[in-house]
Design a protein around this ligand. Structure first.
Ligand code: PNS
Length: 167
């Protein structure tokens, strides 16, 4: 693991990534252009049972971000702010889609601020073409053999087909 020098800006991009979508990738790509390093933090135990295991989600993300040399993938359990502290980061980035995301994200960032005043949460507006996109929508479409090819990386499309045993 690389050492974090005091001038290096490391941003944490946390989420469930069940599975990673092109919307997530867009945020990763734009963050990688702005910061020295992006740590994609995959939550181990989301409230809902994930479709993909933690190992599967990490593998799919790693394959999707392999072209970026300043992006790494890690997992965490418990509080996001503890993970940020552990990774010596003061920055968290989250994507914002529609207004409906705002309330949850606002609540989450204020709670994180209360717990760790030194950690800043930044928001990036998703691209227009991904503003309707979510992992849940992708799973719903893929489950019934709908086309998700322009919504997720090709490895994810394949993995979804296997999960839902579609040919
Ligand atoms: O992709 P998601 O499911 O929208 O990501 C949500 C995530 C993982 C960022 C959020 O649930 C989280 O940070 N969980 C860790 C628990 C935590 O720190 N909670 C306190 C903030 S309210």
């Amino acid at each position: 693991m690389r050492q974090n020098s005091s001038t290096e800006k490391v941003v944490i991009y946390p989420g469930s990534f069940d599975p990673i979508t092109r919307g997530h990738l867009d945020i990763i790509e734009r963050s990688a252009a702005l910061f020295n390093r992006v740590v994609v933090g995959v939550l181990m135990n989301p409230d809902k049972a994930p479709l993909f295991s933690l190992e599967e989600r990490i593998k799919l993300i790693r394959s999707a971000v392999s072209r970026f040399d300043n992006v790494e993938v890690d997992s965490f359990n418990g509080l996001l702010i503890d993970f940020a502290r552990q990774r010596q980061s003061h920055l968290v980035v989250r994507g914002l889609r529609a207004i409906s995301d705002f309330e949850t994200e606002f609540q989450m960032s204020l709670n994180n601020k209360r717990l760790a005043p030194e950690v800043e949460t930044m928001f990036m507006m998703t691209r227009n073409e991904y503003s309707f996109l979510s992992s849940s929508v992708v799973k719903q479409i893929a489950k019934f053999n709908g086309d998700v090819s322009d919504l997720v990386p090709s490895e994810v499309e394949e993995a979804l087909k296997k999960k839902y045993a579609l040919k």
